[in-house]
Write a protein that binds this ligand. Structure first.
Ligand SMILES: [Zn+2]
Length: 319
């Protein structure tokens, strides 16, 4: 049996999984992500790998990390979570674990997991949105990750055609999709709505102790389930931008399926229904040309670990 390890370097934890060739996770390990401590992150990765490899033959390690990864899959050119700039992550990890290492963007490893073993496995081309604090994107075209010339393709969250000149984004520009369609955007829409029309936000305000600024993402979901108008409008607002973005992806990629992943997906149809409605409206006059279904991803938080481990297994086939 061929075993590889997938590691997901997140903002709060470094999570790892021992994965077989069927994409099954046989064991997991995790460490907290040390904030602003680059050497500490390498050490956390080493500890996770050491815990998982004990007594076993491991072929390679795949690492998923948020940020812009170089096209040779060695260097994190820029990362928001751990303040990396041109960090030679692959070589540093290889030096301490002595196994082949592949580094890939976190949304890319997630769609690769879904493509190989999850909700996109029936399709050769697919698009994935991860809706969390921000909006991540991954694209597979004809069984290959779309990585682009410099390794930084598929940054769907930073497509800014939705609102040029709009809200400021962490990437340094304005009007990116992420500012209108993320979990943070959901909470912002609910807070603004509750402040403007408190009579339509009775459930929401009750949950937040009467203070619109105290409204959390979880409370927006809970209030929407109870029929709160402002909470439902907040889901509709991010669904509008996501649905239209999905329609753009149909025109650009023509995927077999479009997946929605990330923390906000716990809201289920509260999120998926508005996305689908706006998506279908945006494609309504397309003269009966078929288009992709929009559905929830399947592998949840394991997608990254499974995808990274599989990319490590197939490390010699550079897409
Ligand atoms: Zn941006």
């Amino acid at each position: 049996m061929s075993l590889t390890i997938g590691v997901d370097i997140g903002g709060t934890k470094v999570g790892g999984g021992l994965v077989d060739e069927n994409g099954d996770v046989l064991a997991t390990a995790r460490r907290p992500t040390p904030a602003d401590d680059q050497a500490g992150v390498i050490q956390a990765v080493k500890e996770v790998v050491d815990e998982l490899r004990e007594g076993r033959e491991i072929e390679a390690v795949g690492i998923g990390a948020a940020g812009w990864i170089s096209s040779d899959r060695s260097t994190v050119m820029l990362a928001p979570n751990v303040s990396w700039k041109n960090e030679p992550l692959r070589d540093k990890v290889t030096a301490v674990i002595d196994l082949p290492v592949v580094v890939e963007n976190d949304a890319n490893v997630a769609i690769w997991g879904e493509h190989r073993f999850g909700a996109a496995k029936a399709h050769r081309s697919s698009v994935l949105y991860t809706i969390g604090t921000g909006v991540g994107g991954g694209i597979v075209v004809k069984d290959n990750l779309l990585r682009g010339t410099h390794g930084v393709a598929a940054e769907i969250g930073h497509i800014r055609s939705v609102m040029p000149g709009g809200r400021e984004c962490g990437c340094g520009r304005t009007g990116c999709l992420e500012q209108y369609a993320s979990g943070r955007a959901l909470t912002r829409a609910a807070r603004e709505g509750a402040a403007e029309t408190p009579d339509k936000a009775a459930v929401l305000l009750k949950l937040a102790g009467g203070d619109p600024d105290a409204i959390s993402g979880r409370q927006v979901t809970e209030a929407a389930r109870a029929g709160d108008e402002v909470a439902l409008a907040a889901f509709d607002a991010i669904g509008y931008y996501l649905g239209n973005s999905c329609a753009d992806m149909v025109n650009l990629i023509d995927p077999g399926v479009i997946l929605i992943a990330g923390g906000v997906v716990d809201a289920g149809d509260l999120l998926l229904d508005p996305i689908r409605r706006h998506y279908e409206e945006a494609l309504a006059n397309r003269n009966q040309v078929p288009f992709a279904e929009v559905r929830a991803a399947e592998l949840g938080s394991k997608a990254g670990v499974i995808g990274a481990a599989d990319l490590a297994r197939h490390r010699d086939i550079v897409p």
